[in-house]
Design a protein around this ligand. Structure first.
Ligand code: PMP
Length: 423
């Protein structure tokens, strides 16, 4: 099999030739790069071409690909049996490590971020006896029915779904507000003082590219829901263990936290964390049902634990240094080429927006020149640099990226920016 024959076989088997939509490269065009293997910061396609990778599996690969400590831990767990449907020692070890790093009192492990946010909302509805949920325009929390709801162009209306197949009766329970807009949140609670179960928000929105949270907005998130008897759910599925060893620190007053990605070390995971009283609402202790054949699977727990063991304070210092190096190089390239582009970086998460200034919300982000991004993406791919195939996905720098790989990326970006400039 080579790239082309694999893509052809996949096109016949899978809708859009993929098992998750962004992998199809529809928003950047051209043939998607299939990946046969990865090692460190490098991935290799089926034609033997190598790329410096900033997709990072869309977030989990903070150590780089195939870290030997992680693959050894998985092999050891696999040799002891893959799934028992029973409590085991590795889930306790991983939960202990997460609790120590985050202060979350109790946890439930699930199999994806989608499951975590969906269940967190179920807990919030049970805890409050209310049904409405507030989310923010452009924040992604997975693909459960009630969370696939878009904005009414910045208006605090009850939502319509972005997806076919979601009943209006379900979408209508989710309100979508503009991000970074404390007034809109206050207006929502003024109009609906006693029927909101939860406000859910990405601690740092990273699914429209990165939006920098405004401190006043973070303060409003931590006070308004509480004043009105609603819970705050901090979605840290990307940011958990990405920015520091533990939670992002953006929303210390959150009632419930969802985690995923890094804590699974590259295998499928989600988690909900929070105080004993709220987590105790979950079955079998409480009335909120949630279950999973593969939940807390031993191989996943082993991969997560091995990953967390590598994430020392020095690791985050190193990530900051290497990601700053990339940011600075990109800034220089932008200046030199005169491209109308902006870099937004937080720790090892980075966005290059084809916008003149950092976006404050999704309305701003949507103004990005996606055609220029598509040209940039193709020009980077031609030079052996793999960035996420959408203007609205975040680049991830890993501990495996070294200075020479960053320098090569910056050199490629300087040329690619020139190619991306409007003709
Ligand atoms: N929340 C956030 C912030 C995410 O970025 C994602 C996935 N990218 C999810 C939830 C859903 O996680 P999963 O894809 O594991 O279902």
């Amino acid at each position: 099999m080579n790239n082309q024959s694999l893509r052809q076989a996949a096109a016949a088997l899978f809708p859009g030739g993929v098992n998750s939509p962004v992998r199809s490269y529809r928003s950047v065009g051209g043939d998607p790069v299939p990946v046969a293997r990865g090692q460190g910061a490098i991935v290799e396609d089926l034609d033997g071409r190598r790329y410096i990778d900033y997709v990072g599996g869309f977030g989990p690969a903070i150590l780089g690909h195939a870290h030997p400590a992680v693959t050894a831990a998985i092999a050891e767990a696999a040799a002891e049996g893959l799934t028992f449907g029973a409590l085991g020692p590795r889930e306790v070890a991983l939960a202990d490590a997460i609790r120590a790093a985050t202060g979350l009192e109790r946890l439930r492990f699930l199999n994806s971020g989608t499951e975590a946010t969906m269940t967190a909302i179920r807990i919030a509805r049970a805890a409050t006896g209310r049904e409405l949920v507030v989310k923010f325009d452009g924040c992604y929390h997975g693909h459960s029915d009630g969370l696939l709801v878009r904005a009414g162009s910045g208006v605090a209306t009850l939502g319509m779904s972005d997806s076919a197949g979601v009943p209006q009766a379900i979408a209508g329970l989710t309100a979508v507000l503009p991000y970074n807009d404390s007034d809109a949140l206050a207006a929502w609670f003024a109009a609906h003082p006693a029927d909101t179960a939860a406000v859910i928000v990405e601690s740092v929105p990273a699914n429209v590219g990165i939006l920098r949270p405004d401190p006043a907005f973070l303060a409003a998130l931590q006070s308004l829901p509480r004043q009105h008897g609603a819970l705050l759910i901090a979605d840290e599925i990307i940011t958990g263990f990405r920015l520091t060893r533990g939670l992002s620190g953006m929303l210390p007053a959150a009632d419930l936290v969802t985690l995923g990605k890094i804590i699974g070390g590259g295998l499928p995971i989600g988690a909900i964390g929070g105080p004993a009283a709220l987590l105790g609402l979950l079955a079998p202790e409480g009335p909120v049902y949630q279950a999973g054949t593969f939940s807390a699977n031993p191989a996943v727990m082993a991969a997560g634990l091995a990953t967390l063991q590598q994430l020392t304070p020095e690791a985050y210092t190193r990530l900051e240094t290497i990601a700053r190096h990339l940011e600075n190089g990109l800034q220089v390239a932008i200046k030199r080429t005169g491209a109308a582009a902006t870099v937004v970086r937080l720790g090892s998460m980075l966005s290059l927006f084809f916008l003149p200034a950092p976006p404050r919300d999704y309305t701003d982000a949507r103004r990005a020149d996606t055609a220029a991004f598509a040209r940039f993406h193709r020009a980077m791919r031609d030079r052996g640099i793999l960035i996420p195939p959408s203007q609205f996905e975040t680049w991830f720098v890993s501990l495996a990226h070294n200075e020479s790989e960053i320098d090569a990326t910056v050199r490629a970006a300087a040329e690619a920016l020139t190619e991306a400039l409007p003709a």
